[in-house]
Design a protein around this ligand. Structure first.
Ligand code: GDP
Length: 327
């Protein structure tokens, strides 16, 4: 994007509304750009396209690396396409700045989906701050919706805070576990189990099948002990196999049932999510502006030194910097 001339907003707007994948991709690059002019254009673009967004099933998918997320997205995505859906796959991976996109970077396990005209796959935006990466993914999701994608799958690696960020932008959260693996290996933190609407016990093929069935019984018992959802929905676990496409139809039926039965609750939930996103955006903008503020930049290092030497309290320093920022 940097070396290419940016286009007028109507170019992106019209291209997206026509479902043009190249232009959608260019617009997402704009959303992900660190340049202020790009960010302003992107914000205006997203805002203008809002009336065309929102008509999708937003599903988050998490699980440790190796759980089979990519394989499952490929099988599930192709199933959804055969049911008439247009599928967009996005990722949140705040570590991607270092690893250069560790998830979705390897598209070989999503070959059919990656080559299908009704699918759009976009690896994670780079960035070191989860809040920033999450915000870009969320805006990219809105652009995908405006481009006509009505199933949005947002993948994240189940090893950090990113599940929380994903859960704040989706309607439904799928946790992928590995048949037979212990809690340690699965990286399951209690909070993640509670966040999950559905647990897919993957690799339930061959000799694994009886084990996966037993695991489902145990997990369902554990899930039944969690407090009830206000909507009445009961999270549960099912054995699946991405390889053998076992129970992929069951998984799909679960999604469809959820989205038709709880459509009103989903709308209410999205409104609350939108308000919460505004607050998160404000926080991020304030932090960014604060550290870019000239007077703050000039004083910061000196105050840090004074704090280290015990001549200034952290609170007092913060107060002074905030005062400088406000002037
Ligand atoms: P991700 O890191 O969570 O995206 O996992 P991948 O989709 O890359 O899969 C990790 C490994 O598990 C790969 O070697 C896959 O071939 C394997 N795998 C994925 N799904 C299945 C499955 O349903 N059954 C079996 N037996 N292996 C699977």
């Amino acid at each position: 994007m940097s070396r290419r001339q940016i286009q007028p907003i109507s170019y992106y707007n019209n291209g997206i509304l026509q479902g043009n994948r190249v232009i959608l991709s260019q617009a997402i690059t704009l959303v992900e750009s660190q340049k202020q002019a790009h960010q302003e254009l992107a914000a205006e673009l997203v805002n203008g396209l809002l009336p065309h967004a929102g008509k999708s099933m937003r599903i988050g998918i998490t699980g440790v690396p190796g759980a089979g997320k990519s394989s499952l997205i490929e099988t599930l995505g192709m199933h959804a396409i055969s049911a008439g859906k247009k599928v967009a796959v996005l990722a949140i991976d705040p570590s991607s700045a270092q690893t250069k996109g560790s998830i979705l970077g390897d598209k070989t396990r999503m070959e059919s989906l990656a080559n299908h005209s009704n699918a759009f796959i976009r690896p994670s935006a780079a960035g070191s701050q989860l809040g920033g990466v999450a915000q870009k993914t969320r805006e990219s999701m809105l652009l995908c919706e405006a481009a006509g994608y009505n199933l949005i799958l947002i993948e994240t690696v189940g090893v950090g805070q990113s599940e929380v960020a994903v859960s704040q932008m989706v309607d439904f959260f799928l946790l992928v576990l590995i048949t037979g693996a212990g809690d340690e290996l699965q990286g399951i933190k209690r909070g993640v189990m509670e966040m999950a609407d559905l647990i897919a016990i993957n690799k339930a093929d061959g000799q694994n099948l009886p084990l996966a069935k037993q695991q489902a019984i145990e997990l369902n018992r554990a899930l039944s002990l969690f407090p009830k959802r206000t909507s009445g929905y009961k999270p549960h676990a099912i054995p699946v196999s991405a390889y053998e496409a076992l129970a992929i139809d069951v998984l799909w039926a679960e999604f469809e049932a959820f989205f038709s039965k709880y459509s009103e609750q989903i709308l209410t939930h999205r409104k609350a999510q939108n308000v919460s996103w505004m607050h998160q955006s404000i926080e991020q903008m304030l932090i960014q502006n604060f550290y870019n503020h000239n007077a703050v930049k000039q004083q910061l290092a000196a105050y840090e030194k004074e704090i280290e030497e015990g001549n200034l309290s952290s609170y007092q320093a913060a107060l002074k910097l905030i005062q400088l920022f406000g002037q």
